[in-house]
Design a protein around this ligand. Structure first.
Ligand SMILES: [Zn+2]
Length: 95
């Protein structure tokens, strides 16, 4: 995802920051923002769910001060299949 213009726009952490947060998550360490060291807040649903096939579940970890989030998505076999189909359709349309 490309950064959007405007200070209030939420965007996802870049790949390196996402890795850092996931490592903390796996280690059971307190979840802090790699940029400002503030505590991350879990949202009950993910912003990405609106664009994902039904069946997928997930939530975001937000940093309020940086306006960045980490989407944590859980797919079911069905939602994965739908996602692949959708990508295939998009590829065909581009061709
Ligand atoms: Zn932050």
């Amino acid at each position: 995802m490309r950064p959007r213009v405007g200070a209030t726009a939420w965007r996802s952490f870049d790949r390196r920051d996402q890795r850092a947060i996931r490592a903390r998550l796996a280690a059971g360490a307190p979840l802090r923002c790699p940029r400002c060291a503030g505590l991350l807040e879990a949202r009950p649903t993910s912003r990405l769910l609106a664009v994902l096939p039904s069946g997928a579940r997930g939530y975001d970890l937000d940093c309020r001060s940086c306006h960045q989030f980490l989407p944590l998505i859980e797919h079911t076999p069905q939602s994965l299949r739908l996602l692949r189909l959708r990508r295939l359709v998009a590829a065909v349309r581009r061709a």
